[in-house]
Design a protein around this ligand. Structure first.
Ligand SMILES: NC(=O)c1ccc[n+]([C@@H]2O[C@H](COP(=O)([O-])OP(=O)(O)OC[C@H]3O[C@@H](n4cnc5c(N)ncnc54)[C@H](OP(=O)(O)O)[C@@H]3O)[C@@H](O)[C@H]2O)c1
Length: 344
C-alpha cells in the first residue's frame, strides 16, 4: 500500500487527484501540498470532499522533507522540473502532470517553454499513455503524464497511423476544451462573463501541445510528423472534443478502421470505440477516465473524420495519472477509476 503525496493539490488536477484517490482501496494520501492554503483542512478548501480526508491539512513543506513513496506533481511547468529532479534523486517515484518531462529533446522544450534545468532525466522519463507504453510504465521511476489535448488526439490517431490506414501528411486536429484546462488561478480570459455565450480558437498553429503530439506519432509510427493543431475554448467546465480530419491511404476500406480499433482497444478498459457511425459527446465521458472514439469514412473524398471525447481532468490528467500509478504498483488498472460517467 504506497503512501502518496500530491504537490499542487489545490489546483484543478490536484483536487481531481484527491477526489479519485478518496475512492482508492490500496493507497493512502499522506500529504497534500499548497502554498496559499497551507494550514487549512482539505474539506475547508474543497467542501465536496467533506468526510473523505478527515484530519488531512494542506502543507507547504520542502519536498525533500515529505515522507511518501510516490509523488504526484500537479504543479505548473517550470516549477515541476526543479521539484521532480530533487525527488527522483532521492529515490522517490514520481508521476508528473506538467509538460516538463514529456518532450525528449531539451532544445524543443526550450523552444516551446523555457530552458530545461533537468535535461538528464528526459531520456528515462516514460510517457504515461498506458495504451501504448504500459510495459515501460510498470518499472518507471518518472512518468511524464500526457497533456490533455495530446491524449484526445493520440488515442484515436495512433492505431490508424501505425497500421497505415491514413496518410501521415495533411492531418488536421481541431480540438475544443473546457475552461478547467487553463488551471484554477484567476485570469481575465477565463472569467465567466468573458467566456459565457462565446466560443473562440486560441494559439492557432502555435499551441505547446503540437510538438508533443508530433513526437509521439514519430516515435510510435516512424518518420517525422507535422500536424495542424487548432485548440478552442469551450464555455464549459470540463471536457475535450477533438475532431480530426485525415486523408485516407489509397484503397483502404471503411471496414478496416473498425477492425484496427477493435484489435487495439477491445481489451483496453478506458477506450470505448463507438460502432455504427455514432460519434462521441463530452457529456458521455464527464467525470470518467474514458476516451470515446467515433469515425466516419468518405472514400469518394479520401477523407476520414475521427472524433474523440475525454474529460480533460480525468483521462486528460488525474485519472490517467492514477491509471499509471495502478500500473506501476501492479494494482488493478481500473481501481478508483471505474465509476460511470456523470451523463448530465
Ligand atoms: N487542467 C488540466 O486540464 C490539465 C490537464 C493536463 C495537465 N495539466 C498540467 O497539470 C499541472 C497542474 O495543472 P492545474 O490545471 O491543476 O493547475 P492549477 O489549477 O493552476 O494549479 C496549480 C497548483 O500548483 C500550485 N502552485 C502554483 N504555483 C506554484 C509554485 N510556484 N510553487 C509551488 N506550487 C505552486 C498551486 O497551489 P498554491 O499556489 O497554493 O501553491 C496549485 O495547487 C500543470 O502543469 C498543467 O499544465 C493540466
Amino acid at each position: 500500500m504506497p503512501d502518496v503525496a500530491i504537490l499542487g493539490a489545490t489546483g484543478y488536477t490536484g483536487a481531481e487527484l484527491l477526489r479519485i484517490l478518496s475512492q482508492h482501496r490500496h493507497v493512502r494520501v499522506v500529504y497534500a501540498g499548497s502554498r496559499q492554503y497551507s494550514g487549512m483542512r482539505v474539506e475547508e478548501v474543497f467542501p465536496f470532499l467533506r468526510g473523505a480526508y478527515s484530519g488531512l491539512v494542506f502543507g507547504d513543506d520542502e519536498p525533500s522533507d515529505i515522507d511518501a513513496e510516490l509523488f504526484f506533481c500537479a504543479l505548473p511547468h517550470g516549477v515541476s522540473m526543479e521539484v521532480v529532479s530533487l525527488l527522483v534523486k532521492r529515490g522517490r517515484r514520481v508521476i508528473d502532470l506538467s509538460a516538463d518531462f514529456r518532450l525528449k529533446d531539451p532544445a524543443v522544450y526550450e523552444k516551446w517553454y523555457r530552458e530545461h534545468t533537468a535535461p538528464e532525466l528526459l531520456d528515462s522519463a516514460v510517457y504515461g499513455l498506458p495504451e501504448f507504453y504500459r510495459e515501460d510504465i510498470k518499472d518507471a521511476r518518472l512518468v511524464a503524464n500526457p497533456g490533455c489535448y495530446p491524449t484526445g488526439a493520440l488515442l484515436p490517431l495512433l492505431p490508424l497511423l501505425k497500421e497505415g490506414l491514413l496518410e501521415p501528411e495533411g492531418i488536421i486536429i481541431d480540438a475544443k476544451s473546457g475552461v478547467s484546462g487553463a488551471g484554477r488561478k484567476a485570469t481575465l480570459e477565463t472569467q465567466f462573463v468573458e467566456l459565457a455565450e462565446g466560443f473562440h480558437p486560441y494559439r492557432v498553429l502555435g499551441h505547446r501541445h503540437t510538438p508533443e503530439i508530433e513526437q509521439v506519432l514519430g516515435e510510435l509510427c516512424g518518420g517525422k510528423f507535422r500536424v495542424a493543431f487548432v485548440p478552442h475554448l469551450l464555455p464549459v467546465a470540463r471536457g475535450i472534443l477533438t475532431t480530426i480530419y485525415a486523408p485516407l491511404k489509397e484503397g483502404v476500406s471503411p471496414e478496416s478502421f473498425q477492425r484496427v480499433y477493435r484489435e487495439y482497444y477491445q481489451n483496453e478498459p478506458f477506450v470505448r470505440v463507438l460502432e455504427g457511425g455514432r460519434l462521441p459527446d463530452i457529456k458521455h465521458v464527464r467525470g470518467s477516465n474514458f476516451c470515446d472514439v467515433g469515425i466516419r469514412v468518405d472514400q469518394d473524398r479520401g477523407l476520414a473524420v475521427i472524433v474523440s471525447a475525454i474529460d480533460n481532468l480525468v483521462k486528460g490528467a488525474s485519472g490517467q495519472a492514477v491509471q499509471n500509478m495502478n500500473i506501476m504498483y501492479r494494482l488493478p488498472e481500473t481501481e478508483a477509476l471505474d465509476s460511470p460517467p456523470l451523463g448530465v
